[in-house]
Write a protein that binds this ligand. Structure first.
Ligand SMILES: [Zn+2]
Length: 284
């Protein structure tokens, strides 16, 4: 059998398996009344890429970040104990919401990047979260930051990075890179991960999961919405940070978050202004 034929057989087998497994997992991945799945992300990613392989990708991205300290000035957690105490608390609150599917499988390790001019945050596959001081200083309360962090953690928890890597590399190439820890292609994949742009539907899904995570905490579940409203008010929608991508537009995202929040039951939470001021003033 030539290689082309063999790979088409592989594709057929994968498709058949997917149909079988998605049938078997129907209950687990049932859609709830507000349009979200009650189980994991499902789909090809869950079937073909393991959570350990997500961690492999995440660690490769961490290595890439740590090898470039002029671009990514990561704050030392042992020298910034107070600031890290705050951000660890926020991460823990989100993880303990009861709504993070891979709470125990992924690392969920957070680092602060010192760069006051960058309004950014991101989370690699496997849960390595980075938040820029520029974003923390731009925001007014803890709930807004929790909303943005929930969005980023949502990308990892719904496995959007792995999904994008399947599209970029194709599944067999991706798996061959991830099963060989010495693969020379791994650093290139890590660099691609750090430049990643998510699809419109993945952005909407990450917004939705931000609301869902915060719904299980004391935070107002609409934290991400308040961030978009702040961006709109600041007139920064033209220079939207890369991690928010240019689509969907912030006005649509605000409306989408409101709709989901109403569907979930319109729970109003807290914003935690005072402790957020303490967090901001603890930053270098
Ligand atoms: Zn996003």
């Amino acid at each position: 059998m030539d290689n082309k034929l063999r790979s088409s057989y592989k594709v057929i087998i994968v498709v058949v398996l997917t149909i079988m497994v998605s049938g078997a997992c129907k209950k687990k991945n049932a859609i709830d009344k507000c349009g979200g799945t009650e189980g994991g992300p499902g789909g090809l990613v869950s079937l073909l890429v393991s959570t350990d392989q997500d961690i492999t990708m995440g660690l490769a991205a961490v290595k890439e970040i740590e090898s470039n300290p002029s671009k990514y000035q990561v704050l030392d957690s042992s020298k910034n104990v107070k600031a890290y105490g705050h951000i660890y608390r926020i991460t823990k609150n989100i993880l303990n919401s009861g709504n993070v599917f891979y709470k125990n499988e992924f690392a969920w390790r957070i680092r602060i990047i010192k760069d006051d001019s960058t309004l950014n945050a991101f989370c690699t596959p496997g849960g390595y979260i980075y938040v820029y001081t520029g974003l923390i200083k731009f925001l007014d309360n803890e709930t807004q930051l929790a909303g943005v962090m929930g969005h980023e953690m949502g990308h990892a928890d719904r496995r959007h990075g792995a999904k994008q890597m399947i599209q970029q590399y194709g599944i067999s190439m991706l798996l061959s890179i991830l099963t060989d820890s010495t693969s020379s292609k791994l650093p290139e994949l890590a660099a691609n991960l750090l430049l990643l742009k998510y699809s419109r539907s993945d952005e909407t899904e990450a917004d939705n999961y931000s609301v869902r995570y915060l719904y299980g905490t004391e935070y107002d579940p609409r934290g991400a919405k308040y961030f978009f409203e702040k961006l709109i008010a600041a007139g920064q929608t033209g220079g939207m940070p890369a991690f928010l991508s240019t689509h969907p537009n912030p006005e649509d995202r605000v409306a989408n978050i409101d709709k989901l929040w109403e569907c979930l039951g319109s729970k109003v939470g807290q914003t935690f202004v005072t402790q957020y001021m303490d967090f901001k003033s603890s930053l270098p």
